[in-house]
Design a protein around this ligand. Sequence first.
Ligand SMILES: [Zn+2]
Length: 91
Amino acid sequence: MSEIWERRHRLDKERREKMQELMGEYDRTIYYPARKQLIEDCEKEGHTQGKFHDNGLGWCWWWCGKCGVSFDKQSTNGIKGDQLGGCGGNE
Ligand SMILES: [Zn+2]
């Protein structure tokens, strides 16, 4: 195989690591606390049912249309066939 793929892969990896290094402090002190607060405030107000997601591995949940958090996570284990529609309510 051409070494181009290797070089591209390495470049992308180094960039990703550098970004994490540069963003780490900001994420820890500003982004994560602010996002946590945002989700808490949204929860008080009430999440909005955005997209429904079924990961096909036994779990399904809703994404909030406002804050983007996943909520109302339910197990689909033990639920078969026609009962699947019961996961999270309507489609
Ligand atoms: Zn929300």
